[in-house]
Design a protein around this ligand. Structure first.
Ligand code: NI
Ligand code: MN
Length: 238
């Protein structure tokens, strides 16, 4: 599986003819991205929660490409309302199966609100509360990726990984809106993935952090390898 990092929490997982775009947030919405919404051709789009930095380009990309979308039921209903045609609407614990693998929603400790007004697309004031945020387990071609979404550290990450062995963990480390790099080290210990890729850092000033220090600490304390990707870079897994 090829894992392309688009910056922030946006990744594209590819294997064969399948391209799964996670948390679409691209240029110019995403200040870190090098690709725009017109540069991607996903077959599937998976969304962790309704914050703009995870969903800003979901509708545009999905309506242009006809990609099938997976999101927790409230976000899925909103996507349908926006004109996305092929939408799967699981809830936590639910698994959606495809011929290439599956997507399972697991907990994430965070909030989730979709901005509800075209005049103020990033304002939470007119926003719609869209249920619970999710973490995502995505199995593509036999490789399991855990995209933790936006979350603080929580002990059940251990249970999630015990029930669904994780090959590659995508963990937020920027702090402020999610866990920081110190809690991220403990998350890496809990998950026990072969590979850890940090995300959700350095996009905006409040989430600036030292990814190299995170890598050094994880590799000193666990058997996981940390791969730091710059936006636009890819990693081959499995
Ligand atoms: Ni968020
Ligand atoms: Mn976020």
């Amino acid at each position: 599986m090829e894992i392309r990092f688009h910056g922030h929490s946006c990744f594209e997982l590819s294997e064969g003819d399948t391209r799964v775009l996670v948390d679409p947030f691209l240029k110019p919405n995403n200040p870190a991205a090098v690709a725009s919404a017109d540069d991607v051709e996903p077959t599937h789009v998976v969304v962790s929660h309704g914050h703009a930095d995870h969903i800003a380009d979901a509708v545009g990309v999905a309506t242009r490409t006809g990609a099938e979308c997976v999101a927790i039921v409230e976000v899925a209903n909103w996507l349908e309302e926006q004109g996305v045609e092929k939408v799967h609407d699981p809830n936590l614990g639910g698994t959606v199966r495809f011929d290439w693998g599956w997507v399972k929603l697991v907990p994430a400790w965070h909030t989730s609100t979709i901005a509800g007004s075209a005049d103020a697309p990033y304002s939470p004031t007119p926003g719609t509360v869209t249920g619970t945020p999710a973490g995502l387990l995505i199995n593509l071609g036999g490789v399991t990726v855990y995209h933790a979404g936006d979350t603080c550290l929580f002990g059940d990450m251990k249970l999630i990984a015990e029930r669904n062995p994780v090959d590659v963990a995508l963990l937020p480390i920027g702090g402020h809106y999610t866990m920081d790099r110190h809690d991220g080290v403990v998350a890496a210990e809990f998950v026990g993935a072969g590979t850890v890729i940090p995300m959700h850092y350095d996009t905006f000033p409040p989430i600036a952090t030292d990814a190299q220090a995170f890598k050094a600490e994880v590799e000193a304390k666990t058997s996981s390898q940390v791969v730091i990707l710059a936006p636009g870079e890819s990693h081959s897994a499995g």
